[in-house]
Structures are given as structure tokens and as C-alpha cells.
Design a protein around this ligand. Structure first.
Ligand SMILES: C[S@@+](CC[C@H](N)C(=O)[O-])C[C@H]1O[C@@H](n2cnc3c(N)ncnc32)[C@H](O)[C@@H]1O
Length: 277
């Protein structure tokens, strides 16, 4: 199955209008992920609420979704994207070995401190020749943060490191492996790294970092108040949602379509691995 070519920027803004920087990151991520093929049966490992898989694969487009977070599993089950959704942990997938042709995992592995057993589980449930396709923030994620760079440029090394640590804590990120480190982890799980492609060019990560200060949800700000989930569905939120989609789908078009130059790293990494047989 190959995802259809969509305008992922507009679709992400519609889904995440309350958090425009999230929508920008997700849009670029989806554009990167959409360039791969996803033969079925397809497992979405760490499916969350199913919004991303819904945009990428459409209704009924995924065979199985798993996530340990009960509320997310309920939302995913209601999304109509999955044939079967189950509460489960990536450390112990409740499936027989070799049953899936593809395991997809979007923005999940960086949230798991001890990731090697999860990678091995993905390898176990794949059939020989099957592929594990995942996205993670890359080994360049810290260095490309706008406020990390600006503090370093001002000679404030400790402050730059503290800023990066604050971002990690806020996003619950535990690691940023390089392609060769992923290759080692994948080999332990019986897989071979086929491709590691950077996305999120410098300009996108800079804007993302700056916009998080302005439009970050979950912090005390006018924006946070206006888009609060407790006010969901009120008329001003419908107006805001329309404004966000209209404004940013034009303003961010060039950034959305920008690729990471060949000899540079981006803030995101798409990894494709093949199960050896
Ligand atoms: C940032 S969300 C991404 C959700 C979805 N893949 C997406 O792209 O929208 C990270 C997800 O990873 C899930 N997760 C965390 N630890 C996990 C584990 N050990 N096994 C499987 N999923 C896990 C979380 O519950 C959460 O839904």
C-alpha cells in the first residue's frame, strides 16, 4: 500500500490547529513517511489517537494499532482507521512471530528509555523481508534548536545545554540515536538498516522552536487559554481553527516543501529496516 499524495500541511493544520508548531513538524514528517510503501498486514506501534495514521493511510488503512495509553487506544478505536486496536506495550507485543509485512511507528521510540527490546519485538513480529519504518527526532535535534544555537552563539554553553534538557523534559524525549546507532539496534533485532533519511531542515526546526514559545499549548499563555480543550467547540475556537489553517497553510508552504540538503542533517530521521529471513 502506498499512501496517496496529499497536502499534508493543510491536513495537519486541520488536525492540530490548536498547536500550529506541532502541525508543521507533523506535516513535514508525513511528507517524508508518505514516500515509502506499506504492504499489509500493517501494525502501527504506538498508534496514539490514530490521527497521523488516519491522515497517512485513510479509513480502514491499518490492520492493527497498539498503544499502552488507554485513553489513546479508545480514541484510535473510534477513528475508523484500524481493523483492530489493542492496549499493549511495545516491549511485549501480543502477536505471533512473523505475522506482519510492515511495522510503522511514528514519533514513538524516542519516548521509550529502554528501546532495544521494543526494536527486537518489532523485528520478531515481522515476516522475513518485512519492513520496520519509523520516524524519530534525529541525532542533530538539539544542535538545530533555535534557542540552543542562539545561546551557544552568545557564549552561553551551560544555558544552551540547560535549554536542550528543558525541551527533552517537556517532550519526554530520552535519546537521539544516529543512523549507525539505529543500525546496531536493528541488527540486534534481526533487521538490516536499508535507509535513514533526514527531514526537518534547519529553517523548519528554527521556526518550530520559536513558534513553540508563542503557540505552545499546556503553558500559561493567552493562546493556551484560547485553545484550551475545556472550551472545545466554542465559536471563537471554530474561528481560530479556520484562521490557523488559512494563514499557515500559505505562510508555511515553502518550509513544508523544503528538503534537507544532501550533505546536512535535519531534526527528524526516517528509518527503514528489513527483517532478515
Ligand atoms: C508522540 S505520541 C505518537 C502517537 C502516534 N504514533 C502519532 O504519530 O501521532 C507517542 C506514543 O507512544 C506511545 N508509547 C509510549 N511508550 C510506548 C511503549 N513502550 N510501547 C508502545 N507505545 C508507546 C505513547 O502512549 C504515545 O501514544
Amino acid at each position: 500500500m502506498r499512501p496517496t499524495k496529499h497536502d499534508y500541511l493543510t491536513l495537519s493544520l486541520q488536525a492540530y490547529w490548536f498547536a500550529p508548531p506541532v502541525a508543521l513538524w507533523r506535516a513535514v514528517e508525513l511528507r517524508a513517511a508518505s514516500q515509502e510503501a506499506y504492504p499489509r498486514p500493517l501494525l502501527d506501534l504506538g498508534c496514539g489517537d490514530g490521527l497521523i495514521a488516519g491522515i497517512l493511510f485513510g479509513p480502514g488503512g491499518v490492520d492493527t494499532g497498539i498503544d499502552p495509553w488507554a485513553e489513546q487506544v479508545r480514541k484510535a478505536a473510534r477513528s475508523g482507521v484500524y481493523r483492530w486496536v489493542q492496549r499493549a506495550d511495545g516491549h511485549r507485543l501480543p502477536y505471533r512471530s512473523g505475522v506482519f509485512a510492515t511495522v510503522f511507528s511514528n514519533s514513538v521510540l524516542e519516548h521509550i528509555p529502554d528501546v532495544a527490546p521494543v526494536v527486537a519485538e518489532a523485528g520478531r513480529v515481522l515476516r522475513p523481508g518485512g519492513r520496520f519504518i519509523f520516524t524519530v527526532p534525529s541525532d542533530a535535534f538539539h544542535q538545530l534548536l533555535f534557542f540552543y544555537q542562539s545561546r551557544l552563539a552568545a557564549g552561553k554553553e551551560a544555558s544552551a545545554r540547560a535549554y536542550a534538557a528543558e525541551v527533552d523534559a517537556r517532550l519526554a524525549h530520552y535519546h537521539y540515536h544516529s543512523p549507525s546507532e539505529w543500525a546496531d539496534l536493528l541488527a540486534q533485532g534481526g533487521m538490516v538498516l536499508e535507509k535513514a533519511r533526514y527531514y526537518i531542515p534547519l529553517a523548519v526546526e528554527h521556526l518550530w522552536d520559536v513558534m513553540n514559545e508563542r503557540f505552545g499549548t499546556g503553558r500559561r499563555s493567552l493562546w493556551g487559554l484560547l485553545v484550551s480543550p475545556r472550551l472545545r467547540g466554542l465559536p471563537h475556537q471554530r474561528w481560530l481553527a479556520r484562521w490557523v489553517v488559512r494563514h499557515f497553510s500559505r505562510a508555511w508552504r515553502d518550509l513544508y516543501e523544503m528538503d534537507v540538503p544532501e550533505d546536512e542533517k535535519g531534526g527528524g530521521l526516517l528509518v527503514v529496516a528489513r527483517r532478515e529471513g
